[in-house]
Design a protein around this ligand. Sequence first.
Ligand code: FAD
Length: 322
Amino acid sequence: MTKDFLVYIETKDNTPIKGSLEVLSKAHELSRKLNSKVIAVVIGANIDKSTLASNGADYTVSVKRDEFNARDYASIIEKIAKEKDVFAVFMAGTLDGKDISAYVAYKLDTVAVTDAQLIEIEEDILKFTSPTYGATVLTESKINSDKIQVATIRAGSFEKKDNLNENAIEEEVEIEKEETITNIKNVFEEAKGSISLEDAEIIVTCGRGASKGEGYELVNDLANILNAPISGTRPVIDDGILPKTSQIGQSGKIVAPKLYIGCGVSGSVQHVSGIQSSNFIIAINKDEDAPIFNISDIGIVGDCEKILPIFNEEVKKIISNK
Ligand code: FAD
């Protein structure tokens, strides 16, 4: 087995997602310590390979595909991992990344560590640290040294670095589509060009406390003013106010924006575990004892329907004065 790293590059609208580039830069850092290389694998997307080189890829391997299927993608990654005899397979810890990684681990007869937020080299294998039990406990895991080290990486855990390589050696390969027992009938995509939650610098979240009456409209206005995606807590998704793809938290997406604004969000551990890596948190809640205030940089105690009209106007003024 080499000590090379394979990084699956997840894409949206033919652009790598931020999380994948963070993983690539981390793999580059580790590979330099192990005297090895980083292979970036791109499936079903036509992207500029120089970006991948700049963020840490030494090689890129592209495979054509018309549609996404987690098992087929896993089969592609498995074949490339075996062919290149890699040491580790990393991908971003998105919903798709977690889905694919489980299949990849099964196919490579190993296990997948999910949500790693720290990766160290220890006696020639990797030690992963990941949050568990709603991010209340940190778990350290190691995979046996004779097995490929498969992991998904939590958004915002590592910095995306530029200018790591000038160029990468590009390869395009054909891999037969795996016949799977899963038939995908419909793919519901977020609107083309919209900012995905994992890539967003600002996220506005609607909690149950702001989801009724005028509250939702006001939260939506704030998202529009900031040109930010709107996300929801689980009850807001369960009530059908926002789609499942907008859910943040333990059973939703893990995000790491520069600014998170939570409106009528209580701050349950299941929600907080998805926003902990945010740089700056603003919360509006009418209950001064709401747990969200324990992790907020700015907490505003009040009714969203009264606070948001004023807040939105002030944000508009700041933006227009820029
Ligand atoms: P609530 O807890 O009902 O809080 C509403 C808040 O709004 C309250 O603090 C209240 O004071 C405030 N409020 C009410 N009215 C107003 C007003 N007019 N103005 C201002 N504030 C107001 N949840 C997630 O979000 N994501 C997950 O991924 C997730 N996964 C889960 C997985 C499991 C296995 C389980 C068991 C639960 C999960 N949950 C998840 C649910 C989680 O436990 C909470 O129930 C949920 O996060 C609460 O959402 P909320 O804060 O919007 O609602």
